[in-house]
Ligand binder design. Structure first.
Ligand code: UDP
Ligand code: LCN
Length: 795
């Protein structure tokens, strides 16, 4: 990029000069990517075409993610390619350019943000994880991001097996030490070396060949040879497993190792952490800080338990899988079950929610709900208490721990370290990309949001995690033009606190995309008439086509029109009111379809969330302003999952569509739910839905930034379906095909278990790989996180 700038300085000096002047005239010290693009468009529109070469400057502009104005200098943060950044400083008068390193760039941002021209803090605290990671394998291609397990397994296999027999000996040690609930599995202590293992495998295969292939594998002869249970339930399967291991010992390779590990019974119990919000199975959606994450975790647990049970059974073991979801107990439970210690999870045989109190330093239980932004002072003690209760519940330590959201991930990180187990991290939604410049403006936001604690916790957990699963690629590394959520942790500054020069690396093989689905018992296709309950369908139809009462507003005057359905929490970012306004302003769309809104309360006094109250009032005002009561039906939020499933199907019966108009959506479970029932879906192009939906095949993208533009594709769709009735069917089929192929829970569970086996194995084999990183982060925890959390307690 610096070469490009030098070229521009030589060949298009005047054009560059004029454009930089335009940028500076905008008058703001910082410009975001979209602001730079806006200024560029204005600039291009304002100048007569000079017929000069076009390529260089537009390229630079397109890749500029941030512009900072410092004195006479313009500093550009240029994202050359996905997750690859350069920083360029251009003297806007003398027209000289030089490249900055990340630390210089962040230093300038700090100075500009604090309004001081003199040198900022020369010795700002810098967090730099790169030196610790030098020996660790990293990927190079953007296309590999999110497929870390394949890379890691290939890389470590070649290292392990490249070192002659020593690597294979470590594999034998792993098998010898492998156990469940204290009982040895696979091999007992008599087999010690690789040649011995090869020999007993040959003998074992011979023993099994003499048995009924479908009969039970386990027998006295196998034990005498040195085997323990776990090779397979039937003789045929156990023999296959032994053959795979023999192949691995003869000709070691990453793929044979993967095949073998897929057979090794390794995961019997899992702890899942999600401390904040109301985590229960009923009556919680709509409570503060309670949304898709709860739905995700409960569906995840059901899918994981089924997958674990089946793989344990296949391995021939009689062990009951255990999953414990750890959350916070809330004595003032607001009509939910969140005050109960244990809640069995429906649809599972053994999984439970285990609620552990938040306690003050004196040991007194905290009674009320605490916002996710205020949760930091409570977590360290919670981690220790939760661990104790977990160990008592399971009778031992779990095989791995999954953290959810920033708070759960921090607790998972503490617990995984104390117990010496594998840590998996799931973000759900990282606040950093939701609130613009929240790092730079941390001080002014501190009282309300405590982002200093949250981002510090994120950095710690992301870096201690053995593996991170994300729902989409863009969550890690964004798109050509947008920055990924994890990528935003690569380099940033919180002026006066610390500067991150190498925080999170998207090329780290710990990242894996494992996408969730929708509960297939509830979100099944609208065409599966035999599964639909008439009673529920009638109830939903009565609600949708009924008239106003305390919990609803509007009556659809022309019930024959297709329904356009939008359902979400009424947060500002979900932009339900934005869509309502665009619908109200579009006579054309109003002519084609009625609008069904589901979310929030009708009475703002019933909401204890400030943001939601504002959105409720705005929704009422828009319904009045555009006189929409005959075309829009607004129902309060729905908490009964079975009914929610039927809502989508009733909308599909009218040949309607689902709309998800969020300004930004981290993933978007409603989108997957709508696709699962076969409902054509229009969803935001900002965030996960951009990836979930293939535009024009399994739904459509909409851009919520401009209301008129947002409703245009929706109107066009309804117009086209009038001329081409098959269009609706094609998109509906495309939607269902998409979830079958990519977004379903059985695929999720199988992949997650595979990841936990492979990462768990490599963790055992290369246990010292990241020791230095962990020690560095422990210091960061003690010196940075802990005091910040204490300060948050006092505020
Ligand atoms: N939901 C619901 N009733 C409502 C609104 C939403 O059951 O009135 C459910 C919806 O079906 C989905 C979840 O809440 O399962 C929302 O998840 P999503 O990922 O779309 O958004 P989040 O709320 O997590 O931001
Ligand atoms: C949180 C969000 O904001 C949604 O976008 C996700 O779908 C949900 O969590 C589940 O991961």
């Amino acid at each position: 990029m610096i070469d490009l700038v030098h070229e521009l300085l030589e060949e298009q000096r005047e054009r560059l000069y004029l454009f930089l002047r335009h940028l500076r005239e905008d008058g703001q010290p910082f410009l975001t990517h979209s602001e730079v693009q806006r200024v560029w468009r204005d600039y291009e529109a304002s100048r007569p075409s000079d017929g000069g070469p076009e390529a260089g400057l537009p390229l630079l502009v397109r890749h500029t993610q941030e512009a900072v104005f410092h004195d006479t200098q313009v500093v550009l943060a240029v994202r050359e390619r996905v997750a690859r950044w350069r920083y360029l400083q251009i003297h806007a008068e003398e027209m000289r350019a030089r490249e900055l390193d990340v630390s210089e760039f962040l230093g300038i941002k700090e100075r500009v943000a604090s309004g001081t021209v003199e040198r900022g803090e020369r010795y700002a605290l810098e967090l730099d994880l790169e030196p610790f990671e030098r020996g660790f394998p990293k990927m190079h291609r953007a296309a590999s991001i999110g497929r870390g397990v394949e890379f890691l397994n290939r890389h470590l296999s070649s290292r392990l097996f490249g070192g002659g027999g020593r690597g294979l000996q470590r594999l034998v040690d792993f098998l010898r030490e492998h156990r469940v609930q204290g009982r040895p599995l696979l091999l007992n202590g008599t087999v010690e070396t690789v040649p011995e293992l090869k020999e007993v495998l040959r003998e074992g295969a011979r023993v099994l060949a003499r048995r009924d292939p479908e009969g039970e594998a386990w027998c006295r002869e196998l034990r005498q040879l040195g085997f323990e249970p776990g090779w397979g339930r039937t003789a045929a399967r156990a023999r296959e497993t032994m053959d795979i291991l023999s192949d691995l010992l003869e000709a070691p390779s990453a793929s044979t190792l993967e095949d073998f590990l897929a057979r090794v019974p390794m995961i019997f119990s899992i702890a899942i952490l999600s401390p904040h919000g109301f985590l229960a199975q009923a009556d919680v959606l709509g409570k503060p800080d309670t949304g898709g994450q709860v739905v995700y975790i409960l569906d995840q647990v059901r899918a994981l338990e089924a997958a674990m049970r089946s793989s344990i059974h296949e391995a021939g073991l009689d062990v009951e899988p255990r999953i414990v979801v750890l959350t916070r107990r809330i004595p003032e439970a607001q009509g939910t079950t969140c005050d109960q210690r244990i809640e069995p999870i429906l649809g599972t045989e053994n999984a439970i929610i285990l609620r552990v109190p938040f306690r003050t330093r004196d040991g007194v239980e905290v009674r009320d709900w605490i916002s996710r932004f205020e949760i930091w002072p409570w977590l360290e003690r919670f981690a220790v208490d939760a661990e104790r209760e977990l160990l008592a519940e399971l009778g031992g330590r779990p095989d791995f721990v999954i953290g959810n959201y920033s708070d759960g991930n921090l607790v998972a990180s503490i617990m995984a370290h104390r117990l010496g187990i594998t840590q998996c991290t799931i973000a759900h939604a990282l606040e950093k990309t939701k609130y613009q410049d929240s790092d730079l403006r941390w001080r002014e936001l501190e009282e309300e949001y405590h982002f200093s604690c949250q981002y510090t916790a994120d950095l710690i957990a992301m870096n201690t995690a053995d593996f991170i699963i994300t729902s989409t690629y863009q969550e890690i590394a964004g798109t050509e033009s947008t920055v990924g959520q994890y990528e935003s942790y690569r380099a940033f500054t919180m002026p006066g606190l610390y500067r991150v020069v190498a925080g999170v690396d998207c090329f780290d093989p710990k990242f894996n995309i494992v996408s969730p689905g929708a509960d297939p018992r509830v979100f099944f296709p609208y065409t599966q008439e035999e599964r639909r309950m008439d009673e529920v369908r009638d109830e939903i139809r009565a609600l949708v086509f009924g008239g106003p009462d305390d919990n609803s507003r509007g009556r659809l005057e022309d019930p024959g029109k297709p329904l356009l359905f939008a359902m979400s929490r009424l947060d500002r970012i979900k932009n339900m009111a934005g869509f309502l306004e665009a619908y109200g302003a579009s006579d054309e769309l109003r002519g084609h379809a009625n609008l069904l809104l589901v979310g929030g309360h009708l009475n703002p006094a019933l909401s204890n969330d400030r943001e939601e109250r504002t959105q409720i009032e705005r929704t009422h005002a828009l319904l009045d302003r555009y006189q929409l009561d005959g075309q829009v039906r607004w129902l309060e939020l729905q908490t009964d999952k079975n009914r929610v499933g039927e809502f989508y199907r009733v909308v599909a019966d009218t040949r309607g569509a689902f709309v998800q108009p969020a300004l930004f959506e981290a993933f978007g479970l409603t989108v997957v739910e709508a696709l699962s029932v076969g409902l054509p879906t229009f969803a935001t192009c900002h965030g996960g839905p951009l990836e979930i939906i293939e535009n024009g095949v399994s739904g459509y993208h909409i851009d919520p930034e401009d209301g008129r533009e947002m409703v245009r594709p929706v109107t066009r769709f309804f117009q086209q379906t009038e001329d081409d009735p098959d269009l609706w069917q094609r998109i509906s089929q495309g939607a269902m095909g998409r979830v079958r192929e990519r977004y379903n829970w059985s695929l999720y569970a199988a992949t997650l278990l595979k990841l936990s086996r492979i990462y768990g194995f490599w963790r055992y084999i290369t246990s010292l790989e990241r020791e230095e990183t962990r020690r560095y982060l422990e210091m960061f925890y003690g010196l940075m996180y802990r005091p910040l959390a204490r300060t948050a307690e006092g505020s």
